[in-house]
Design a protein around this ligand. Structure first.
Ligand SMILES: Nc1nc2c(ncn2[C@@H]2O[C@H](COP(=O)(O)OP(=O)(O)O)[C@@H](O)[C@H]2O)c(=O)[nH]1
Ligand SMILES: [Mg+2]
Length: 209
């Protein structure tokens, strides 16, 4: 897990591994490319890859490692998120297409799968409703997306990878905030556990007498 690699300003660079999930054709690659290059190119092919980009946010260097995954599901009940992906990711972006109802179902299913398999170290998730520019053909309302996010403690954004860079940028930055909050929380609770342990080591004996 990665807060390492000292940079010039003495502030350690923060590494954040972000996994994009969601059904086929929802715009995972479009969102990734938009974030990396600020551009929308239209056709992306079916490449699966991990990309990196370094940004400075509030004086802190952040290295985004982005895994643009491909949706594969063999059988009805088989897993669509691999163990490797689950272990690798510090945070996830779950994408669906607002015009494709079945892609919304896939994101619900993937979310349940993630929550079930990474129960002990729950991972921050941001749900992204993409293709907002096509809202005339919408089949999933904003409320449905927002409710799903609320019920599962996820962030939520409705965006258009085709139309704007800014909305996409917000998604990635929000996820990084959540990941860093989670790390700080884990660190401070580990600290408290350490104090409790040393206090018990000193007083434990007395208490046991
Ligand atoms: N209108 C519109 N089309 C989009 C948007 N995002 C992606 N697409 C298109 O949807 C198709 C699938 O996108 P892609 O990124 O390859 O989806 P992936 O399979 O989830 O990686 C491509 O033809 C994209 O140009 C969007 O926000 N609006
Ligand atoms: Mg793709």
């Amino acid at each position: 897990m990665g807060v390492q690699e000292v940079t010039e300003g003495n502030q350690p660079r923060v590494e954040v591994n972000i996994l994009l999930l969601g059904a086929h054709n929802v715009g995972k690659s479009a969102l990734t490319v938009r974030f990396l290059t600020r551009r929308f190119i239209g056709e992306y092919g079916d490449m699966e890859s991990v990309y990196s980009r370094i940004d400075t946010i509030d004086g802190q260097e952040i290295c985004f490692n982005i895994w643009d995954s491909q949706f594969t599901q063999v059988g009805e009940k088989s897993c669509s998120v691999s163990d490797k992906q689950l272990q690798w990711a510090d945070g996830m972006i779950l994408v669906y297409d607002i015009c494709d109802r079945s892609s919304f179902d896939v994101s619900l299913q993937q979310l349940q799968e993630i929550r079930r398999r990474r129960k002990l170290s729950s991972v921050p998730v941001v749900i992204v409703a993409n293709k907002r520019d096509l809202r005339r053909h919408r089949s999933v309302t904003g409320e449905e997306g927002r409710l799903l996010a609320l019920s599962q403690r996820c962030g939520f954004f409705e965006v258009s990878a085709a139309e704007t860079y800014h909305g996409v940028l917000l998604v990635f930055h929000r996820l990084v905030d959540l990941v860093r909050e989670r790390r700080a929380l884990r660190k401070s609770s580990a600290g408290v556990r350490g104090i409790v342990r040393s206090v018990s080591a000193v007083f434990g004996k007395k208490r046991a007498e």
